[in-house]
Design a protein around this ligand. Structure first.
Ligand code: SF4
Ligand code: SF4
Length: 740
């Protein structure tokens, strides 16, 4: 540790800390352009110059390490003169086009000029121009599908290039030329088109890089920034929604180091257009003579309530079924399953519409692991070996992909096993491409190799003798030749993998969609746990099996009990004591017989046993593997009500469609892959005559004679906390900026 004095205040920091970071601890602001704490320091802009006693010239605070007894001054006449000089130099060539520059209003150069610069220029010569088209006065160059470069404004801080190489692991943007001719550019025919390209716009301190989707649409001071969560995958990146007049103009990051470290993928950054889409549903629709006609809420709710009531009276509660969605909030999903159990009187409620094979399995529940990741996102990158199984991380979890790349770039081992090669393989020590469906054989084959080859140090094994014996028996049939034939991976590769995983100090296993929706998912995950115990990696820091659920609220929807056999917090419906506790809170009876899962529901519809269905937020016709089968089933229903923001393929089959609200139009929470519960922010009211989904559920329950008088998602969340063992100890107020 070293103690130093900055502007008269003492601070103690670790050796190796820079002056800039030490000053940050004292909340002393030192201006910079080229510094970013997730990038290697470059010290090129010289804006952070400070006075250090006993040093004969000013030092760059971002690149100078502290030492014991150091005395630093950050605001002296000499420092101010240096800053003024740096700014004057930058302005030699920088155009004064703030009124037409997209960065105006949030530009670091503009802001620092106001603070430290001069209002006069001594430079009278013509400014340098990077002419893109001699016929045009504008020097804008599209360097990627989303990114426009205006080199005249560039201050050559190189943050964009460093981000692309150091964080995104790409090389599609670089610095070309020398001296005053240096420019940020791309190679011919190789645009900046990587999945993280939009970050360079956010990271650029000036308006040299702007995005096609935002530029020239609105001035930043006319917009409102609402903190929220990206709804486009399970990673749960924190975002700001920039809106004006009920329209999203752009999405930027809202740094949360537990999750995203201040970066977004392009899907999250540019994929918000669905909120503004003209085809959004704006009012309730009732089908009459095969055609949808607009209706008011009262008429639509009355009709739905009477159809559900009549069906229940005539055919019994179990002739009704509900399908929730992992894209709705926790509060909506909680309310949805409560509606089915209390108002409809059935446990026929599920949300798992995208697979024929349903997780979770009760046998794995016993290990209390299956429903969540075992590690935090932050922990993933700390493992000495990351093993990714059945997952295209870049496509499924782009921000976790960045963590894994970071870990590999720092020298940790990465091994991939997939049915086809993925882009992450550039960073992998090895990539095992296996035949689809042979995952279990592969895992068992590796386990056999470890046992047979006596690769283990007996002290490390975390299996009892009887468990070890069972495992030995289980993997016995998986000899290397057979495994190689089934998986189509060479025996050598399998042996190498067995060796590497056994020797690794810590092992993190990441499983994706291919495993979660696999017919043998339960066995595969069980085997992976055995595998960790066999190699002594169970219950160690930075070790674990992580299921990376796909949707923004997949884990939350499970946690909230949108399952036919589980109440919120995985209370089994047949567990009398716990069920009674929930009944006490709900002041209602809960059926004790498990309902039908989505596959069985479809069968029951085909058999004429399910007569009416309520689908909220899901689109099974598009998501279920067999479209015609699900379509035929839904067409057989006497009554189908769909709640959605678009007239989806499923909604088209409905008798009544109720317009829900998008994530930007309501409050609520999502639970990300690491079970972090994070708050959405309502940026504006629901579009036209649409309503938040939780509100629609309340309206419907009330119309059916039940007292669902919640007036906010906060109130629903507080009830969820009382009911669900998974959510105990949480409160709405406690869900601070970084979530819990
Ligand atoms: S384009 Fe922006 S981020 Fe890149 S070097 Fe220029 S000023 Fe810096
Ligand atoms: S990684 Fe996922 S949550 Fe993060 S910005 Fe991309 S799509 Fe959104």
């Amino acid at each position: 540790m070293a103690t130093l004095t900055i502007d008269g205040k003492q601070v103690t920091v670790e050796e190796g800390t820079t002056i800039l970071k030490a000053a940050e601890k004292l909340e002393i602001d030192i201006p910079t352009f080229c510094f970013h704490d997730k990038l290697e320091a470059e010290g090129s802009c010289r804006m952070c110059l400070v006075e250090v006693e006993k040093m004969w010239k000013l030092q760059a605070a971002c690149a100078t390490l502290v030492s014991e007894g150091m005395v630093v001054k950050t605001d002296t006449p000499q420092v101010r003169a240096a800053r003024k000089g740096v700014l004057e130099f930058l302005l030699i060539n920088h155009p004064l086009d703030c009124p037409v520059c997209d960065k105006g209003g949030e530009c670091e150069l503009q802001n620092l000029l106001f603070k430290y610069g001069s209002d006069k220029s001594r430079y009278v010569e013509e400014k340098r121009r990077f002419i893109v088209d001699p016929q045009s006065k504008y020097d804008d160059l599209a360097v990627g599908p989303q990114i426009i470069r205006n080199m005249n404004r560039c201050i050559l801080c190189r943050k964009c290039v460093r981000f692309i190489t150091e964080i995104a692991g790409e090389a599609d943007l670089g610095t070309f030329g020398r001296g005053s001719k240096s420019e940020i550019n791309v190679l011919p025919d190789i645009p900046v088109d990587n999945p993280y390209s939009g970050n360079v716009v956010e990271i650029c301190p000036v308006g040299a890089l702007t995005s096609k989707s935002f530029r020239y649409k609105v001035r930043v001071w006319q917009t409102k920034a609402t903190p929220s969560i990206c709804p486009l995958c399970g990673d749960g990146c924190n975002v700001k929604l920039w809106t004006k007049d009920d329209k999203i103009y752009r999405v930027t990051s809202r740094r949360n180091d537990f999750v995203d470290e201040g970066f977004l993928c392009d899907k999250g950054r540019f994929g918000f257009e669905f909120v503004n889409h003209p085809h959004r549903l704006k009012q309730p629709l009732i089908k009459k003579n095969g055609k949808f006609l607009p209706a008011d809420w009262e008429e639509a709710i009355k009709l739905v309530a009477s159809k559900f009531k009549t069906t229940r009276e005539q055919s019994g509660a179990d002739s009704l079924a509900g399908v929730g969605s992992s894209k709705l909030t926790n509060e909506e999903n909680y309310l949805f399953q409560k509606f089915f159990r209390v108002v409809m009187g059935t446990n026929n409620v599920d949300h798992r519409v995208n697979s024929r094979h349903l997780l979770p399995s009760p046998s794995l529940k016993a290990k209390n692991q299956i429903y969540s990741t075992t590690n935090s996102i932050n922990e993933i990158e700390k493992a000495k070996l990351i093993f990714v199984l059945g997952c295209d991380l870049l496509k499924e979890h782009p921000i976790i992909n960045l963590r894994v790349m970071k870990s590999a770039m720092r020298g940790n081992a990465l091994i991939l096993a997939n049915i086809e090669s993925t882009r992450l393989n550039r960073f992998a020590q090895d990539e095992l491409i296996y035949k689809k469906g042979s995952e279990l054989t592969l895992i068992n084959g590796v386990a056999r190799e470890i046992i047979k080859g006596k690769l283990l140090d007996a002290d490390r094994v975390r299996l009892s003798n009887s468990e070890m014996e069972k495992l030995r028996e289980k993997v016995q049939p998986f000899d290397s030749q057979k495994v190689s034939q089934t998986t189509e991976i060479s025996s050598d590769k399998i042996k190498n993998f067995a060796n590497t995983i056994t020797k690794a100090e810590t092992v993190m296993i990441l499983c994706g969609k291919e495993i979660i929706t696999h017919p043998q998912s339960t066995e595969i995950i069980d085997s992976l746990y055995d595998f960790l115990r066999l190699t002594g990696h169970q219950d160690k820091d930075s070790c674990g099996v992580n299921l990376l659920w796909e949707d923004c609220n997949s884990l939350g929807t499970l946690d909230c009990g949108v399952l036919p056999d589980r109440l919120p917090g995985y209370i089994h419906v047949s567990d009398e004591a716990l069920r009674k506790k929930v009944e006490g809170i709900w002041n209602a009876k809960i059926p004790d017989k498990p309902g039908l899962d989505f596959n069985l529901l479809l069968e029951a519809v085909h058999q004429g046993k399910i007569k009416a269905m309520y689908i909220a937020g899901a689109d099974p016709v598009s998501e279920y593997p067999e479209e015609d089968y699900v379509k035929d089933a839904l067409e057989k229903l006497d009554f189908l009500m769909v709640q959605s923001i678009f007239l989806t393929e499923t909604a088209k089959l409905a008798h009544v469609v109720l317009p829900g609200a998008s994530f930007a139009e309501k409050d609520g929470t999502f639970t990300n892959v690491e079970r972090r519960i994070q708050k959405l922010g309502k940026a504006f009211d629901p579009l036209a005559n649409s309503k938040a989904d939780w509100y629609i559920i309340c309206m419907l329950a009330q119309s059916m004679g039940y007292n669902f008088d919640f007036n906010s998602p906060a109130q629903i969340f507080e009830e969820l906390v009382r009911v669900s063992p998974v959510h105990t100890k949480l409160s709405w107020q406690d869900l601070n900026e970084t979530g819990k």
